[in-house]
Design a protein around this ligand. Structure first.
Ligand SMILES: [Zn+2]
Length: 137
């Protein structure tokens, strides 16, 4: 599967980390980990920014973390004009591992709090595009 299956609008089909989308299709949210120095990356990277190795492996992201910050978009960029308002956030899993995503629509904006326990899950849109989102723990 190519990277064009990722997200609501995918602006690139070619990437060295396209296998990320195959994992999403399997219900897994995976990052990459450097085989040489052990640094973990999300979003996945094909090359290590710490030791410059290109020997990377995949690992499954933790399911649970804490919401570090969030914001609600009232306007959207090209390709997402019909979506606002929507809330995006950063999940902190500890050890420097973080994930940025939208919050699931079933989380009411007034219920979103910094520090709340959350989980992450894969998402398939009606048109078959794949992504991931932050959900209630
Ligand atoms: Zn490394």
């Amino acid at each position: 599967m190519g990277f064009e299956k990722f997200g609501r609008k995918s602006f690139t089909a070619m990437t060295k980390t396209a296998k990320f989308v195959d994992f999403l299709a399997e219900g897994k949210i995976n990052g990459t980990v450097c085989k040489k120095c052990g640094t973990k990356y999300f979003p996945p990277r094909a090359d290590c920014a710490n030791c410059f190795s290109n020997e990377m492996d995949w690992f499954e992201m933790p399911k649970k973390g804490r919401l570090e910050t969030f914001t609600t978009a009232m306007y959207a960029p090209f390709g997402f004009e019909a979506d606002p308002p929507y809330t995006m956030g950063v999940v902190d899993f500890g050890n420097g591992l973080k994930l940025f995503a939208r919050l699931a629509k079933d989380i009411k904006p007034e219920d979103v709090k910094v520090g709340m326990d959350v989980t992450v899950r894969t998402l398939k849109y009606d048109d078959g595009q794949l992504s991931f989102e932050i959900a209630k723990a």
